[in-house]
Design a protein. Structure first.
Length: 418
């Protein structure tokens, strides 16, 4: 495809049109009047110069050509001369007109063909604008499988976004990154973002859901050395958690209280979830609150599963979502819409277990055997207001919040940009 620029108007020339114009050029070149025999032909031959540009000398009458010497025929000299001179004048005028027509045809054809190439040779489509850079904070959990699927399949790129992944250790750390401007959009457990909003530490908007708990996904486990084998032994134990105020923390203290323990008596150790299994193996932790794929990894290392934190009142509770500063969501609605669209495609894909396992291996760094054993929750396509409120109410009952919190204050009032 050739994109030409003619008369200040963009014109698309496809391959068929290009062939037609080349054929016109060939016909124009072939329609030059034949050279006269005799002195004219000899003169034209004499006028040709090595290395010369023969375009204006096609007829033998270039700008510096002299009229050839003429000899009158025998007979009535005046008539012969007069008749020949008049005929030759008409012939010259006609010949010059033909020459001019040929030259104009050649120039127009060349302009149509060469001019098109000079302007642009490509697909015929206008150049796409560069993608918008967006810094996205994530945790290395199965919760973000849909996000990584969208990265892997270039769904974000197709939507016009250049996603730059920033790995964080916990939901509260992700929220802190939003507050400091380190990241633009973050994956976070809901308690971290609700706490920041309720205490006016940040003004945030939930833009998409990420993950909903199911049995087996989030567990309280004891170390392989068997120093912690029952929930009622939790007092004074060193238990790892990603951060205080996270979904892991909230569901753990809820279940420990139901089991008769007191979370205030626990020696909570905050650390990256990736470091917890090695820390238990070294004897530095008595237990840990783990999410998949680390629950499966810990089981393989001999850890004891003590409490399933996705049961009873916590069954199918929303665990995490995607959040952005209100100022960003309101000023960049096109980015939010593009992010939601691309993420939605990933959510649809990861309903397939084979797709999930491939993402677990490629982006979470787990082996194929572990990927097959990982127990996952669900990847919702829509936010459920009632279920989100369950999280805020549980935070209030577990004394993470001092006053009731209405989660509708964190929802977008309508579609981005409306």
């Amino acid at each position: 495809m050739v994109l030409g620029w003619f008369g200040r108007r963009a014109v698309e020339i496809d391959d068929i049109e290009l062939d037609r114009r080349l054929a016109d050029l060939r016909r124009a070149l072939s329609c030059a009047p034949p050279e006269r025999s005799g002195s004219g032909a000899d003169h034209a031959a004499r006028r040709r110069r090595p290395g010369g540009r023969g375009l204006l000398a096609i007829s033998g009458h270039g700008p510096d050509a002299a009229v050839p010497a003429l000899r009158p025929k025998a007979g009535r000299r005046g008539e012969a001369w007069t008749g020949f001179a008049a005929g030759h004048g008409r012939s010259r005028r006609k010949h010059r007109q033909q020459t001019t027509a040929v030259v104009l045809a050649v120039v127009m054809a060349l302009s149509a063909v060469v001019g098109g190439f000079y302007w642009y040779r490509g697909s015929g489509q206008p150049a796409a604008p560069p993608p918008i850079a967006v810094r996205v904070g994530v945790l290395p959990l199965v919760d973000v499988a849909a996000f990584y699927r969208s990265v892997d399949q270039a769904y974000f790129r197709s939507a016009g976004l250049d996603v730059q992944v920033v790995t964080v250790a916990s939901g509260p750390e992700a929220v802190h990154g939003l507050q400091t401007g380190r990241i633009d959009i973050a994956f976070s457990s809901y308690p971290g973002m609700f706490m920041a909003q309720a205490t006016h530490a940040a003004d945030l908007k939930v833009i998409a859901p990420a993950y909903v708990a199911k049995p087996g996904h989030l567990m309280l486990v004891g170390a392989p050395n068997r120093s912690f084998t029952r929930p009622d032994q939790a007092a004074h134990k060193r238990i790892g958690v990603t951060s205080r105020g996270s979904i892991s923390d909230l569901l753990a203290i809820s279940e420990i209280r139901q089991a008769g323990g007191d979370p205030a008596d626990i020696d909570w150790q905050t650390m990256d979830m990736r470091a917890m299994v090695p820390a238990m193996q070294r004897g530095e932790l008595d237990g840990a609150v783990l999410a998949e794929p680390f629950v499966t990894t810990a089981a393989g290392a001999g850890a004891v599963q003590l409490l399933d934190l996705g049961l009873d009142l916590n069954f199918a509770i929303p665990m995490s979502g995607w959040v952005a500063p209100a100022s960003f969501a309101e000023s960049r609605p096109e980015v939010i819409s593009a992010f939601q669209l691309a993420l939605g495609r990933g959510v649809s894909d990861v309903q397939n277990r084979d797709v999930r396992e491939q993402i677990f291996q490629q982006y979470l760094g787990i082996d194929a055997g572990t990927a097959r054993e990982v127990r996952v929750g669900s990847y919702p396509a829509y936010l459920d207001l009632g279920d989100l409120q369950r999280v805020a109410d549980l935070m209030l009952s577990q004394r993470m919040l001092s006053t009731p919190f209405n989660v509708t204050t964190m929802l977008l009032s309508g579609p981005p940009g409306s």
